[in-house]
Design a protein around this ligand. Structure first.
Ligand SMILES: [Zn+2]
Length: 143
């Protein structure tokens, strides 16, 4: 585990996707390798990764500053769901029921640690012009 700066505040829980296809069995170690080897970051950008089988894996320390949401890294925790692209590489809500179940549990846990934090998708942040995480997080939470 690479040591990194502890966030002073956590006002947001930001949900992302890995933008990989449903049949790609991407793991937290794969994403860490992409971020460290290819992007030359100190560690994986997300604080948490939820793999296709619903497994909740720790990325960066949950209290540490991640690298996942421009302008919000010092005040948010980042959760990445593996998946989000269809066969043609287009955005698709193709996450497994196990992943959604784990996401609910993880959000509940994080809200216990960071009471009052706003839960939203990456695309809901101002100035973001991408589809990540390929579903409407706020509508899903109300469902
Ligand atoms: Zn994202």
């Amino acid at each position: 585990m690479v040591m990194n700066m502890r966030r002073a505040e956590t006002g947001y829980i930001v949900v992302h996707c890995s933008a990989t296809k449903a049949d790609q069995k991407v793991t937290v170690d794969d994403i860490r390798r992409w971020h460290v080897d290819e992007r030359k970051w100190s560690d994986i950008g997300y604080n948490w990764v939820i793999e296709r089988d619903g497994g909740i894996e720790q990325g960066r320390n949950m209290h540490g500053q991640g690298a996942h949401a421009f302008g919000y890294n010092d005040k948010s925790v980042g959760i990445c769901l593996v998946g989000g692209l269809d066969e043609d590489g287009q955005p698709e809500d193709n996450f497994t029921s196990e992943q959604f179940e784990s996401l609910r549990k993880l959000i509940d846990f994080q809200l216990h640690v960071y009471p009052g934090a706003k839960v939203l998708g990456h695309r809901d942040l101002p100035g973001v012009h991408k589809d990540c995480p390929c579903f409407d997080v706020r509508a899903w939470r109300r469902s």
